[in-house]
Design a protein around this ligand. Structure first.
Ligand code: ASP
Ligand code: MG
Length: 404
């Protein structure tokens, strides 16, 4: 008997009708001769709603009481799904995080899983029960309920798959898998069958939504094979696993964009040690993270420092930068909130020269100006004018991945 972990949440568990379908899927998998552990996250919008309620009581969204509120959406769905499974005539056993127990560190709203005690779940599996566990939550050393960061149900599922030795962790959502580009933007986008952890991490950090980044990191560290698939179809999804030779043969696996970017350029600051540090420290002290950074030396021992922040942080970042720029005697600040980032990601870049050149040529040919560039071993990102985002994605998909 193989053990599978399946995670459902969001749009798949919105109504009792949805939950009945999930119950049927779970039971089908059980009848396929599998031990099944289901991890649940709250229905769409529920955690936001709970968070908003907590904020009305106390604007500081922190502390164990806050976690107690926002972890509540999972409990209800665990119960509802278990009722559905039982109604189909199967034995079911439910666990909240603390009942497993899933031990975490004592950092409310962003706790990390330290240890999962698999004893009780294993005992129930032996009795033939289908297990339903609340994701997103654990218990800290003081006995408080903690949460694992937004989207943390994915991490619960991966961690349970690891702790229980599951063959695979299936993450269900309303998308068929990971695509070579956003299908809403690029009609040639195709579903990726297999992808490496590192590519998946880059895609997720450069703007692809769907799986919590911490969950991917956890899966990579412990070599847990994930499958990202739709709860609305029986099609297989995208398998996320360790690298293999075939993956390296593909130069570009996916193209992603992120419109939540804005640009700030400080022109004419003294080209002396410590100026860049001063600007970036002031931002970091205010919890603003900077993504791309470019510095170029202009004349008269002055430099221009350009960087990107999220649109969300833009106003605050602009104010802080203006203050520091004045202290440093900078000539001017140019700020632009209409920026987006487009990235190409692929393992094969490691051994193929000229990938960036081809990307830049493709953009130039389409008259798209590159404002900033950043790279990693398996990724090239460019910042461009936001209004060319969709065009850039389409022409890059055509150049690197082709038509379907
Ligand atoms: N319900 C939690 C959230 O909305 C956890 C999850 O969805 O995975 O962040
Ligand atoms: Mg989620």
């Amino acid at each position: 008997m193989a053990l599978v972990v399946q995670k459902y949440g969001g749009t798949a568990v919105t109504t009792p009708e949805h939950l009945k379908k999930v119950a049927q899927r779970v039971v089908d998998s059980y009848n396929d001769n599998n031990d099944v552990v289901v991890v649940i996250s709250a229905r769409s919008g529920e955690t936001n709603r709970l968070s908003e309620l907590a904020r009305e009581m106390s604007p500081r969204q922190e502390g164990v009481e806050y976690d107690l509120v926002i972890s509540a959406g999972e409990q209800m769905i665990v119960g509802l799904l278990a009722l559905g499974i039982r109604e189909l005539g199967y034995k079911v056993k439910t666990f909240l995080g603390w009942q497993v127990p899933i031990y975490t560190d004592p950092l409310p709203t962003r706790a990390s899983i330290q240890l999962i005690d698999s004893l009780k779940i294993n005992a129930e599996l032996k009795k033939g029960a289908i297990i339903v566990v609340a994701g997103f939550q654990g218990i800290d050393p003081r006995g408080n309920i903690t949460t694992l960061g937004r989207g943390g149900g994915d991490t619960s599922a991966v961690a349970l798959a690891h702790a229980l030795g599951a063959v695979q962790c299936e993450l269900y959502s309303d998308v068929d898998g990971i695509f070579s580009a956003d299908p809403a933007v690029c009609s040639d986008a195709r579903k990726i069958d297999r992808i490496s952890y590192d590519e998946m991490l880059e895609l997720a950090s450069q703007g692809a939504r769907g799986v919590q980044i911490r969950a991917i990191e956890y899966a990579k560290k412990h070599m847990v094979t994930m499958q990202i698939r739709s709860s609305f179809t029986t099609e297989s999804g995208t398998v996320v696993t360790g690298e293999d030779a075939t993956m390296e043969g593909v130069v570009v696996t996916g193209i992603v964009y992120d419109k939540n970017e804005a640009k700030i350029a400080v022109m004419g600051i003294p080209d002396t040690p410590g100026t860049a540090a001063k600007v970036l420290t002031a931002l970091a002290d205010n919890d603003i993270s900077v993504d791309m950074i470019v510095q170029n030396v202009s004349q008269a021992e002055q430099a221009d420092l350009t960087f990107s922040v999220t649109k969300t942080d833009f106003d605050k970042a602009h104010q802080i930068t203006a203050r520091i720029a004045e202290e440093l005697g900078a000539r001017e600040i140019i700020a632009d909130r209409n920026i987006s980032k487009v990235s190409i990601v692929g393992l094969g870049m490691k051994n193929h020269a000229g990938v960036a050149a081809r990307m830049f040529t493709t953009l130039a040919y389409n008259n798209i100006n590159i404002q900033m560039i950043s790279t990693s071993e398996i990724k090239v990102s460019v910042a461009i004018d936001e209004k060319y985002t969709e065009l850039a994605v389409r022409v890059l998909h055509e150049a690197f991945i082709g038509y379907s």
